[in-house]
Design a protein around this ligand. Structure first.
Ligand SMILES: Cc1ncc(COP(=O)(O)O)c(C=O)c1O
Length: 380
């Protein structure tokens, strides 16, 4: 049977690393996981108990397409708490993870062949989802001196219908401050490009609070999720904030594409939002891990790193060690027993000379991983 041209998207290389790590574990080896982009912790306890209560009480059928009104209202309140932004709950739409949010956003905003700018390095699925929707991803090669974030001048002459940014970003953890975000929003508006802000790592920030696009403008799509700060990757629940006149557009697409985000997950997510103590305890772990990474990676020889403002990743330039990051990652897995992600996932052009290290797991794992990396590099 024939397959469509647009279905020929690239695999997610980190999944191949995870599979290689799994095979090593199945063969009896102990592997430290610095490849995975997810918290080692589960959902907050309050989320699980709210769901257990609801299961005894409700049938958990479909919700309305836009999501549980109580959850939309609670998310709107979060914008007041985190950013002092007064947000109308009607503009909040619950999605099946932020991944579902991308599909809704790209479908609502763009037509076949439209050019959408994405930063490189960046989260790989932006490119692949755009391609699968017959849209044209435009890689914007970001510079280390701009902390791997696009700047307004990068947009000149690009003829973009959209611009997607992430702050804090994956794989670098770097953030855009309000001025930088504002100038990108202006530059995008200047060429009639819709602005999409991936804010999935908000809440996981170390030095300064992340800025939401909604502090700058209402004319943007904001994408967020319960996967990272709220530690609920597998629950598949996230949200979009869209301009008021786009709510009905998204609602119609969501009704047809997804019907709704999982009802059970929406109930759990609502309870998770008040589990501040537990979530802050997770943050304490990330903070300790980040400190270990920023000391330990240079000691091991990975000196070209940009200190992350948020998220739980360090992106390292390993050009002095390899120009084949995939083979290098395989060597590290084989010899050091540490799984890391080759940069090619994030930057098809320059990623053969970079690696991403995740520090989302326990502090004991991070300490052990760093010790192994150090020994590996000394023996090399
Ligand atoms: C920047 C970024 N956006 C979006 C996602 C997708 O997250 P989810 O669909 O679980 O909300 C990820 C996952 O790692 C990510 O790193």
């Amino acid at each position: 049977m024939r397959v469509s041209r647009r279905s020929s998207v690239d695999p997610f290389i980190v999944m191949d690393v995870m599979e290689a790590a799994r095979q090593a574990e199945a063969a009896g080896r102990h592997i430290i996981h610095m490849e995975v982009g997810q918290p080692g912790t589960g959902a907050p306890k309050a989320a699980a108990s709210a769901l257990a209560d609801a299961m005894g009480r409700e049938s958990l059928g479909y919700t309305v397409a836009l999501g549980l009104p109580a959850l939309r209202a609670r998310i709107a309140r979060l914008y007041g708490e985190w950013y002092d932004v007064d947000l109308d709950p009607q503009r909040v739409i619950i999605t099946p993870g932020s991944s579902g949010g991308f599909i809704l956003a790209f479908t609502a905003l763009f037509d076949t062949g439209d050019r959408v700018g994405i930063g490189a390095p960046g989260y790989p699925s932006y490119r692949q989802i755009l391609r699968a929707l017959d849209l044209c991803p435009v890689d914007i090669a970001t510079a280390p001196e701009n902390r791997f974030q696009p700047v307004a001048s990068d947009l000149e002459g690009r003829d973009l219908a959209g611009l997607m940014v992430a702050s804090p970003a994956n794989p670098t953890g770097t953030m855009l401050d309000k001025a930088a975000l504002g100038s990108l929003i202006d530059a995008a508006a200047g060429q009639g490009a819709s602005f999409i802000s991936d804010e999935i790592y908000h809440g996981i920030e170390y030095e300064a609070k992340a800025v939401t696009a909604l502090q700058v403008t209402d004319e943007a799509y904001v994408i967020n999720s319960f996967s990272k700060y709220f530690s609920m990757t597998g629950w598949r629940v996230g949200w979009l904030v869209v301009p008021e006149d786009h709510v009905r557009v998204i609602e119609r697409i969501a009704q047809n594409m997804f019907i709704c985000a999982p009802h059970a997950s929406q109930i759990a997510a609502l309870a998770a939002m008040d589990a501040e103590d537990e979530l802050q305890a997770n943050m304490d772990v990330y903070r300790a891990n980040r400190k270990l990474m920023l000391e330990g990676l240079p000691e091991a020889g990975f000196t070209k790193i940009a200190p992350p403002d948020g998220a739980f990743y360090v992106y390292a330039d390993v050009s002095e060690m390899t120009d084949d990051s995939r083979a290098f990652a395989a060597e590290i897995l084989e010899q050091a027993g540490v799984a890391v992600t080759p940069g090619l996932d994030f930057d098809p052009l320059r990623g053969h000379q970079t690696l991403r290290f995740s520090y989302a797991r326990s502090t004991a794992d991070i300490a052990e991983g760093l010790a192994r990396l150090k020994a590996f590099m000394q023996a090399r």
